[in-house]
Design a protein around this ligand. Sequence first.
Ligand code: NAP
Length: 285
Amino acid sequence: MTATLLDGLALSKIVREDLKKRVDALRAKGIVPRLDVVVAAQDPASLAYVRMKRKWAEAAGMLGEAYEITEATSQAELLDLLHKLNANPSVHGVLLQHPLPKHLDEDEALLALGPEKDVDGITPQSLGRLVADLPGFRCATPLGITKILDHYKIDCTGKQAVVIGRSVILGKPMALMLLQKNATVTVAHSKTVNLPDLCRTADILVAAVGRAEMVKGDWIKPGAVVIDAGYNKVEGRKFDVGDVEFESAALVASAITPVPGGVGPMTVASLLANCVEAAELKVAE
Ligand code: NAP
């Protein structure tokens, strides 16, 4: 079997074209969606992600400011910035790019961010809304994955889903979103015993681990749908690699996301979509 490629980059283009139309409609009403970003100045990977997000936001007609946080920024200054962004009506979304410099308390910063501006869906308020099935912004990466599943008409109802990883921004919200899609969900982590056998039970396997090519083809149930959220830098490899060994997995799975070009672009598109929705909700108030 050779798996269908779940092309997140192509889907993100469709989403971004639709976003541009929604932004044009908002602009016609005098509203320009604005996504501001708070990012660690000393983290080249974060700065690169932020540049890409900004490029796509600008292409969609959106605005945005970036605030670079340094070793000299105090917790009080960070909280003050977040309070100002909360209070600024022309800012529709705020992204607190992880990781912040180590001397800062990221949990406290997330609590300070207003849920109506948390377009990355990672504050405790937003996550609580997800748990409670209440409306709110959903975490961009798992949200992007659900968009891929929807676009390719992958029905989760009654399916066994295994999510590898239990992080607050990815594994846990992913499990909840799959549960909302009526899958029977198991969450695996570093203490899970016999992970390969557990993975072999999965009709839908989501890898969100952060270990290059950990999931091998023989861990995969024939015909399973494989979603690879990982991106890992590997010395000597030009592109980041996923948590799944693509070549062997693609021979067994019925469908699989590539890395790059799978989950990553849909994460950014979902973040921007949440911000445009935040602006639309303001207009509707
Ligand atoms: P994280 O916070 O480091 O969490 C990793 C999870 O994997 C943890 O729950 C950990 O278990 C589990 N784990 C680690 N080693 C394991 C092993 N040997 N067997 C089973 N489980 C294991 O990472 P994250 O932020 O969720 O990110 C995961 C991956 O997704 C990374 O590659 C990251 O770069 C990528 N990512 C991609 C996007 C995107 O837009 N595509 C966005 C965010 C993250 P414990 O809880 O027991 O430690």
